[in-house]
Design a protein around this ligand. Structure first.
Ligand code: NDP
Ligand code: MG
Length: 377
């Protein structure tokens, strides 16, 4: 593989730090153009001194970082500047939330390959993002493990009948609804398989993460919602599967580690030893379990299917209402089940706009967030 020039948006987060771990093992394959963080300037500075990018971008703080040979950029404008720099061969978008959308579009306009972790980008504006990527001939390589799995399985999308997305089920898989209602923030954040940012960890406990992933898969693979299934698989070994029209099922397996999908996205289509330390052993795994998701206990799944099918601004509403409700839960203002109730109330009230522009998407996003905050008290 020829050396690639890469920028990492959100290098101080869970995906960002794991990406730097991958790159550290493949030092001769990458040159870092830019790193970006939000408020954790201490970590950003450490990363900058170690990996020596040309630029760093501080998203959420006015703190001055003066590192010799490195230009410091700030805020969303800084992210846009990074994404306008055609020196980049690839940009990994691993910021959390809506902040990922505009830089992703900017990179697409500049014909830079995207490795996309930030699922909100597709949930908010999948139609526009995918259309623009097509027009510009830009590859969007999924980092999300399920979508990476599907991407790895697909040879010819036109022959695929169905996508099968696996879900670990999160910490409440075998708890009752009553137990879930009483769940503390600590319990919701205790994910049995994955260590991730707080917002996505709560989404994994309510299965809203899987709901957002259904929408993400619909856009990435141009698949109708009635041909996307979800199956619970607590061991998180089968990362997702596809069923071809002839009934043959191809799945991607591996130990639960984000290093593999991250590395695959940034080295695509190459397969390198990189960070792999341990071989996979079927006999050590011994068993793989699967079960149907409980749609009553986890209403987020149906909410996401419905919002996705309606499309347009409905998924903007889903994303914004859910995210604000999750923040309210993390702040101790509402209980875990209120996240569904409040999101559902917002969806029921929402007047759908069919093909919103990016500006309209952000307006709707703001409006929904304000109203959701009011509901959360
Ligand atoms: P984290 O919360 O760990 O990291 C988020 C990153 O975004 C951090 O670098 C943070 O900076 C930065 N950030 C936050 N706010 C701003 C802002 N206003 N401006 C600029 N940067 C900002 O999240 P994750 O790494 O877990 O997730 C990132 C994305 O990837 C999400 O969209 C998530 O859904 C998706 N994803 C994550 C997976 C995982 O395993 N973690 C799996 C699949 C998808 P700082 O910390 O310095 O404030
Ligand atoms: Mg995932």
């Amino acid at each position: 593989m020829e050396k690639r020039k890469i920028s990492i948006l959100g290098s101080t987060g869970s995906i960002g730090t794991q990406t730097l771990e991958v790159i550290e093992k493949l030092q001769d394959k990458f040159e870092i153009v830019a790193l970006s963080g939000g408020s954790n300037t201490k970590l950003l500075e450490e990363q900058a001194r170690k990996f020596k990018p040309k630029y760093i971008c501080i998203g959420n703080s006015n703190e001055k970082l003066d590192i010799k040979g490195i230009k410091t950029l700030y805020g969303p404008e800084g992210l846009n500047e990074i994404c306008s720099n055609k020196e980049n061969d690839i940009i990994l978008v691993a910021v959390s939330g809506k902040i990922g959308l505009r830089p992703t579009l900017k990179a697409i306009e500049n014909k830079i390959t995207i490795a996309l972790a930030n699922k909100e980008t597709l949930v908010m504006a999948g139609d526009i993002v995918i259309q623009k990527a097509k027009e510009n001939g830009v590859n969007i390589l999924p980092v999300d493990s399920e979508h990476s799995a599907i991407h790895q399985c697909i040879k010819d999308i036109s022959q695929v009948d169905k996508l099968i997305i696996t879900a670990s089920g999160g910490p409440f898989l075998h708890k009752t609804v009553d137990e879930m209602k009483k769940a503390t923030v600590k319990e919701a954040l205790a994910h049995p398989r994955w260590h991730m940012g707080k917002k996505i960890t709560v989404d994994s406990a309510t299965l809203m993460n899987k709901g957002l992933e259904i929408i993400e898969a619909h856009h990435l693979f141009n698949m109708p919602y009635d041909r996307i299934d979800v199956v619970i698989h607590p061991q998180s070994i089968v990362h997702s599967a596809i069923e071809y029209k002839d009934g043959s099922v191809i799945a991607q397996l591996g130990l639960p580690s984000m290093h593999i999908p991250i590395q695959y996205a940034i080295t695509y289509p190459n397969r390198l030893q990189g960070i792999k330390t341990k071989s996979f052993s079927f006999s050590e795994i011994a068993r793989l379990d699967f079960e149907k998701p409980d749609f009553e206990k986890f209403p987020a799944l149906n909410m996401a299917y419905q919002a996705g099918k309606i499309g347009g601004s409905m998924t903007v509403c889903l994303n914004a209402a859910n995210e604000e409700a999750v923040f309210a839960f993390l702040d101790g203002k509402i209980n875990l089940y209120d996240i569904y109730k409040i999101t559902n109330t917002m969806l029921e009230k929402h007047q759908v706009i069919k093909n919103p522009t990016i500006d309209e998407i952000f307006e709707i996003d703001n409006e929904i967030r304000t109203k959701t905050k009011e509901l959360c008290g």
